[in-house]
Design a protein around this ligand. Structure first.
Ligand SMILES: [Zn+2]
Length: 377
């Protein structure tokens, strides 16, 4: 890595994010964005609750005569589970849970989804993404040697949910996205974004087989056509309430028999491999830095605890090797081939066709309108 190593004096973000900047006190731009942009507009108190109640009333009114008031994309993780609990119990709404099956979910996730459905008496719709197609896309991404190996799942999940809401005429999509655990958004270099142009280019160059059933929903379709053409709104209810992850976990365990698991996003086998192995070992990017920094900024973890956490391996070697074997089998490659992909020169979105400039414009606009407040770079 060129340049001198530096780590923020307030959180644990460091120069493994190539675009990070620091002030004279050694505080990074994620921290400054949090204190100056996010915090002043974030009201997880009485005021937030009143705003949320007003939103609930509006959703109920718009949902009159329909079977559901809104849909929730449910992963079985703590964010979407706690969101569901708030929406059903506190906001008294009729959500439809939608889970997207990419074939990589671990049992703990599926079991949590079942528990939520049973305990809260909800309906669940499962959308399955064609396994063969997603496998082919994931294999193409491995060959493309980019950091963002989870985009095939992420983009598919997101598109399946939005396209479904549109088909069913449901006007509100509620997401578990929140500042409390995600105020430090992983840098673009680590995770990139939902960019259909790049997805298609990578598949065209490295993909085999078909790419027809896989759901697509680019930024323009989502942010402009669905939002303004179809009036579909995306809401982040967890930002209106106090969301303390440890407390939320306890509530879920007590009320719905929810089961906790190791780390954020470790409910999915491929994601676990990507975040715990591919990203840190091949690129030196450790997403725990973002999670832990978010937890530090929101007072849920100390910096010392985060530094201790980061001294540990993201996940144990045995699980890593088992996951690798499983993934190779499913993708129809040998472990030697996986090692060859791993050894390829590192690439980024700049090496492929992309629509970043358009997306950048859309995000800048969202920032101007105050819809997006987190660092985008
Ligand atoms: Zn910082």
């Amino acid at each position: 890595m060129p340049g001198k190593y530096q780590i923020c004096t307030n959180c644990v973000m460091d120069t493994s994010d190539p675009q990070i900047t620091f002030d004279e006190q050694g505080q990074c731009d994620f921290c400054s964005n949090y204190y100056h942009t996010i915090l002043p507009s974030w009201h997880a108190d009485e005021r937030g609750w009143m705003e949320l109640e007003a939103l609930a009333l509006k959703m109920k009114k718009d949902g009159k005569g329909k079977q559901y008031d809104c849909i929730i994309g449910m992963s079985g993780g703590v964010d979407s589970s706690y969101l569901t609990y708030i929406v059903k119990i506190k906001m008294d709404l009729r959500p439809l849970l939608v889970t997207v099956d990419t074939g990589w979910n671990l049992d703990v996730a599926n079991e949590n989804v079942d528990r939520m459905v049973k305990a809260l008496g909800l309906d669940l719709e499962t959308i399955t993404i064609d396994y063969e197609e997603i496998n082919a896309l994931q294999l193409a991404f491995l060959k493309a040697a980019v950091p963002y190996q989870d985009l095939p799942q992420d983009c598919g999940l997101f598109a399946a949910l939005y396209n479904y809401a549109n088909e069913k005429g449901i006007k509100y999509i509620l997401t578990g996205g929140n500042y409390s655990t995600e105020c430090v958004k992983p840098p673009l270099e680590w995770t990139y974004i939902n960019d259909v142009t790049m997805l298609k280019d990578i598949f065209r160059r490295f993909g085999n087989g078909k790419f027809e059933k896989y759901p697509l929903c680019g930024m323009f379709k989502k942010r402009v056509w669905y939002r303004y053409g179809k009036g579909i709104q995306v809401l982040w209810p967890l930002n209106y309430v106090k969301y303390d992850k440890a407390e939320a976990t306890k509530i879920l365990e007590a009320k719905v028999g929810w089961k906790s698991y190791d780390k954020k996003h470790f409910e999915n086998r491929f994601t676990r491999f990507y975040e715990g192995y591919w990203l840190p070992r091949k690129f030196g990017y450790d997403k725990r830095r973002c999670y832990d920094s978010s937890m530090i900024l929101t007072g849920q973890m100390t910096r010392e605890e985060a530094l201790r956490d980061l001294e540990q391996q993201p996940y144990d070697e045995q699980t890593a090797m088992e996951d690798k074997k499983y993934i190779c089998e499913r993708l129809g490659i040998t472990e030697e081939q996986m090692d060859e992909f791993f050894a390829l020169p590192n690439k980024t979105y700049r090496d492929y066709k992309n629509s970043l400039w358009i997306i950048n414009m859309a995000v800048r606009l969202a920032m101007l309108l105050g819809v997006e407040k987190r660092n985008f770079r």
